[in-house]
Write a protein that binds this ligand. Structure first.
Ligand SMILES: *C/C=C(C)/C=C/C=C(C)/C=C/C1=C(C)CCCC1(C)C
Length: 258
């Protein structure tokens, strides 16, 4: 492991700490606001809460591993000999990425016949994406890293194109607030998901050891906060807006009292 400057080490340390706090706060919010949405959308909030709970736990472990991996020697943070464990994050993604897709499908209100095959395909693609990325993450030479990066990009592009197709189709059937929020969910997925392959590539793009490691850790943490906690808030907003519009619709069909 390359040595880190105190700034690089502390930046990552503080970012990991912030991510633990952000996930915990988001979890409390999602569990606490479940009853504010109609029963159809409650599973979406439950899954949002589970996702940030799992991620918060893993970030706690990543943070512990970060602390154990480096020590301050002569003004620089150098390896203690205990390797930093990157596998926590990949284990986390393996569980949370399919669940994030479940959240979205749950809030779109698709029929079981539509949502079953959709979720199956997206889950297979996300497991493939993460499994193909991991050998590249732990490899040290640029050629090997690029190979696994390129392979993982195939399911990545597939997932994004399917999600965008679905979100656009859902938005076309909606109006007003719900339509606007579906656009927001699309924007958040687009911006946060692209951070992963870019952060992964930092060590291959000529950044020096310490800077690449710090950039990667900060990039993944910010992306995870956005793709899980902030995204979950938008899922909640969509569920709220749909609950209100479902109530309006129900009122329209209420028989008028004689
Ligand atoms: C909450 C966690 C999320 C949303 C994680 C998403 C992870 C990715 C989109 C990872 C993608 C990767 C590539 C497209 C290529 C390089 C390897 C990965 C796994 C970092």
């Amino acid at each position: 492991m390359d040595a880190l400057s105190p700034f690089q080490y502390e930046l990552v340390f503080n970012m990991l700490s912030l991510t633990v706090a952000g996930m915990a706060a988001a979890g409390l919010f999602f569990f606490g606001s479940r009853t504010e949405v109609g029963s159809t959308y409650r599973p979406a909030l439950l899954v949002s809460g589970i996702v940030v709970f799992i991620a918060g736990y893993h970030y706690l472990r990543i943070w512990e591993s970060w602390k154990a991996a480096y020590e301050l020697v002569g003004g620089q943070y150098v390896s203690t000999g205990v390797p930093f464990n990157d596998a926590y994050r990949y284990a986390d993604w393996l569980i949370t990425v399919p669940l994030l897709l479940v959240e979205l499908v749950a809030v779109l209100g698709l029929t079981k016949r539509e949502s079953g095959p959709l979720l199956r395909n997206l889950t297979i693609a996300s497991v493939l994406m993460i499994a193909l990325g991991y050998p590249g993450e732990v490899a040290t030479d640029a050629g090997t890293k690029w190979l696994w990066w390129a392979l993982a990009m195939v399911p990545f592009i597939y997932i994004l194109s399917v999600l965008f197709g679905r979100l656009n189709a859902a938005a076309a059937n909606e109006s007003g607030e719900v339509k606007r929020l579906l656009g927001r969910a699309r924007g958040i997925i687009l911006v946060s998901w692209w951070v992963y392959p870019v952060a992964f590539a930092l060590p291959m793009l000529g950044l020096s050891g310490g800077a690449a490691e710090a950039g990667l850790q900060v990039g993944y943490s910010l992306a995870d906060l956005t793709a899980k906690a902030i995204y979950g808030v938008v899922i909640y907003q969509i569920a709220r807006a749909k609950t209100v519009s479902d109530q309006d619709e129900a009122k329209r069909f209420e028989p008028i009292a004689a």
